[in-house]
Ligand binder design. Structure first.
Ligand code: NAP
Ligand code: GDD
Length: 334
């Protein structure tokens, strides 16, 4: 019998890589996509899998549509990846962030409990939940949580609902506490992709600078393609549990700039970067890095792509995209 997986947030970065992984494993993939005036399937198209994913229209804010979809698909596994995932926007839109990230998760957990309680459930939790607990670095499953943004608070509540539905109703519900993970399919507003896209534009003479906020923040950046494997592994275990997924190494935004500009042969990026207070946050997380030894021991999971390989992969992908946009010989612009 074909294994069915239902992915919310299928049009996002992780949704695309996870769809690809599950299709390779022989799953039938059903993906929730919200209606918009312009379809947003570019990631599934870039991976060449759009025609293999069953796109199901619905919205995390609409309990009725979620319930109807879960009832009709009756998936073996549900991966709840949909979110208002941009931390910066969560101060401007705290209600929407909470509705999608917290109540949306609750709608989905209820639908699973009601229509297919044997279904295995993955919740996309986040290292943002730790807040500034770098006195407890690196962070693991036992580190105290102290969220510092509306996004982090919304995700913390969804995390505890997931744990609670496991403990109260016996659902096979796992929460993956994932540290930052990036890729060529990353949204353009996140700092890594903003930098690699900016570097490519500067290289081709389309822009003369990148405007950024806090350059001293440090993150534990891994490759999204590695991280979706951990999501799948969590749902293949005998018991549901929560796991930290990270590389264990962190770098500052400055380090990211060093590596990204070096990939196009620019050793001094300072003339190309401007700091703009518009991109500073009301409450900043200075430093995150995780300890994923539980996942390494119990799931046999390990990150494969290094920080340097990740940055290079992202710069190369953006150079290709920008080159198609405006094919100016790079040499005449450096
Ligand atoms: P992403 O690229 O921003 O994708 C988010 C997805 O959620 C998109 O498909 C988006 O649809 C969908 N979505 C947003 N609001 C929705 C709604 N009301 N109804 C239905 N779908 C909705 O995020 P990502 O990087 O793939 O991350 C996946 C998940 O992991 C998120 O929950 C994120 O918070 C969490 N997470 C991410 C990281 C990371 O570093 N990437 C780390 C820890 C946790 P549209 O395409 O229509 O916008
Ligand atoms: N986005 C952005 N834009 N961030 C900037 C900029 C800028 O111009 N300049 C500096 N930064 C800093 C931010 O202040 C933050 O400290 C860091 O770069 C990373 O920002 P993001 O790339 O926006 O990611 P994030 O860490 O806030 O959140 C991501 O990771 C979380 C896991 O820790 C998102 O993917 C979340 O959804 C995820 O939960």
């Amino acid at each position: 019998m074909t294994k069915k997986a239902f992915i919310t947030g299928v049009t996002g970065q992780d949704g695309a890589y996870l769809s690809q992984l599950l299709l390779e494993k022989g799953y039938e993939v059903y993906g929730l996509a919200r209606r918009s005036s312009t379809p947003n399937y570019w990631r599934l198209e870039e991976l060449g899998i759009l025609d293999q994913v069953h796109i199901m229209e619905g919205d995390m804010n609409d309990a009725h549509s979620l319930g109807a979809l879960i009832k009709s698909v009756k998936p073996l596994e549900v991966y709840n990846l949909a979110a208002q995932s941009f931390v910066g926007a969560s101060w401007q839109q705290p209600m929407l962030t909470t509705e999608v990230n917290t109540l949306g998760t609750l709608h989905l957990l209820n639908a699973v409990k009601l229509y297919c309680p044997e279904t295995r459930f993955y919740q996309a939790s986040t290292s943002e939940m730790y807040g500034n607990s770098h006195f407890d670095s690196p962070q693991d499953e036992l580190t105290p949580l102290h969220p510092k943004s509306p996004y982090a608070i919304s995700k913390l509540a969804a995390h505890w609902f997931t744990v609670n539905y496991r403990e109260s109703f016996g659902l096979f519900a796992c929460s993956g506490i994932l540290f930052n993970h990036e890729s060529p399919l990353r949204g353009i507003e996140f700092v890594t992709r903003k930098i690699t896209d900016g570097v490519a534009r500067i290289k081709f003479g389309l822009n003369d600078h990148i405007a950024l906020g806090n350059l001293d923040a440090k993150r534990d950046w891994g490759f999204a393609g590695d991280y979706v494997k951990a999501m799948w592994l969590m749902l293949q275990q005998d018991n549901a549990d929560d796991y930290v997924i990270s590389t264990g190494v962190n770098h500052s935004v400055r380090d990211f700039l060093d590596t990204a500009f070096a990939a196009v042969g620019i050793s001094n990026w300072e003339p190309y970067v401007r700091q703009d207070s518009k991109f500073m946050r009301p409450s900043e997380l200075n430093e995150l890095f995780g300890k994923s030894s539980k996942a390494q021991e119990k799931l046999g999971w390990k990150p494969k792509v290094s920080f340097e390989e990740l940055v290079k992969m992202m710069v190369e992908a953006d150079l290709k995209r920008i080159e198609k946009l405006k094919p100016i010989p790079a040499i005449s612009r450096t």
